[in-house]
Design a protein around this ligand. Structure first.
Ligand code: ADP
Ligand code: 3PG
Ligand code: MG
Length: 388
């Protein structure tokens, strides 16, 4: 039973609706490199159009830290959204203020307005109430369809619900329905964790270890654990202040680290790939993927799984010579008959690129959000909708 309002609870006719979406998509050379998160918002956008609402969309993109970063403007997203909807998408140069209010007042019925990156304002992450109020002035109704940002208690996710009638969009409903399939998972139940957001993701490991039968660590996360083991990690991406926590977590026998790693001299397309034992990484190289021996052994260990969750690429998957671990595990999961839930913008992009997204149970648009859900936490965005 849902405790929050959904689209069918509102009369949208002639109303201005501000929709929080998660358009935090990977970019490459100024273009959207994977549009899954944009496509996932289309059902809600189409519903609102059909019900004669005026649509104002808002999202964050990357982590600009409260300042304008030109590379993180929403223009490429607006372009892709216009292609996908066949509608005029007007991208504004800010998300609050007089000019924005004027543009919104004069908007046409069929037009979609996309506000500029919310995180150009520090108040967004600070969950600032005055900032949320400014956003709320732009519309009559607030809809949150940003499942990927539901774990962030930010102004456009949390504080804004105090100022407008609020509800959840269709993507949020669908995500919660799919993720609830692992509320009581069939066992053996395994998790594979990778990616770069080590300080975020390491926090969920403790709770995940209580739920899963094995937890496999790859991605940049493995390097902090490698250091905790006392191995040389060379030029790898490390979070030194998390080494202590990694040491503590490693005492749990369910936690599985790679035995070999593909390394590069830099984190670039030009880097030359060389494979080493995980405990034999040279000082001048960085661990950029799990190695072939690791992949083989993990496939063996994963073979009896009934449920697997995977979050975060196992290596620098944007660069072909460091994408093999990620791709091999993705192919394995696509072939598996277990319930497979994949989460994370970059993991989703990786499986999408292989054309295998429809071979698994669910590919979530949420990275941190799906992890915190699976960890058993109430997501702040959902809690805010329930209160409203
Ligand atoms: P997701 O979006 O799936 O939740 P993250 O955002 O946490 O995942 O991390 C994805 C990023 O992590 C990708 O850009 C990938 O290249 C990077 N990455 C993975 N492993 C490594 C590594 N060993 N070193 C550096 N970057 C890595
Ligand atoms: C994501 O990519 O997981 C979401 O868009 C949230 O981004 P964040 O980790 O920068 O808050
Ligand atoms: Mg990501």
């Amino acid at each position: 039973m849902t405790m929050y309002k959904t689209l069918k609870d509102f009369d949208f006719t002639g109303k201005r609706v501000i929709v929080r979406v998660d358009f935090n998509v990977p970019l490459k050379e100024g273009k959207v490199d994977n549009d899954k998160r944009i496509r996932s918002a289309l059902p809600t956008i189409n519903y609102l159009h059909e019900h004669e609402a005026k649509i104002i969309l808002m999202s964050h993109l990357g982590r600009p830290k409260g300042k304008i970063v030109d590379e993180l403007r929403m223009d490429p997203v607006a372009e892709r959204l216009s292609e996908l909807t066949g509608k005029k998408v007007t991208k504004l140069d800010d998300c609050v203020g007089e000019d924005v209010e004027k543009a919104v007042k004069g908007m046409a019925q069929e037009e979609i307005i996309l506000l500029e990156n919310l995180r150009f304002h520090a108040e967004e992450k600070e969950n600032d109430d005055a900032f949320a109020q400014k956003l709320s002035r732009l519309a009559d109704i607030y809809i949150n369809d940003a499942f990927g940002a539901m774990h962030r208690a930010h102004a456009s996710v949390e504080a804004i619900t105090k100022h407008l009638p609020s509800g959840a969009g269709l993507l949020v409903e669908k995500e919660l329905e799919m993720l609830s399939k692992v509320d009581d998972p069939e066992r053996p139940f395994y998790a594979i964790l990778g990616g770069l957001k080590v300080s975020d993701k390491i926090k969920v490991i403790d709770n995940l270890l209580k739920k899963v039968d094995k937890l496999f660590i790859g991605g940049a996360m493995m390097c902090t654990f490698g250091l905790a083991k006392g191995y040389e990690m060379g030029k790898s991406v490390i979070e030194p202040d998390k080494v202590g926590l990694a040491k503590e977590l490693m005492k749990n026998e369910k936690l599985i680290l790679p035995t070999d790693t593909v390394t590069g001299e830099s984190l670039t397309e030009e880097a030359k790939a060389e494979t080493y034992g995980f405990d034999k990484v040279p000082k001048d190289r960085a661990c950029l993927d799990v190695g072939p021996e690791t992949v083989k052994s993990w496939k063996g260990l994963l073979n009896d799984a009934k449920t697997i969750i995977w979050n975060g690429p196992l290596g620098l998957s944007e660069v072909p010579q460091f994408a093999e671990g990620t791709n091999e595990i993705a192919r394995f999961l696509a072939d598996s008959s277990a319930t497979i839930i994949i989460g994370g913008g970059d993991s989703a992009a990786a499986i999408d690129k292989l054309g295998l997204a429809d071979k698994v149970t669910h590919v979530s648009t949420g990275g941190g959000a799906s992890l915190e859900y699976l960890e058993g936490k109430t997501l702040p965005g959902i809690a805010a909708l329930e209160k409203g």
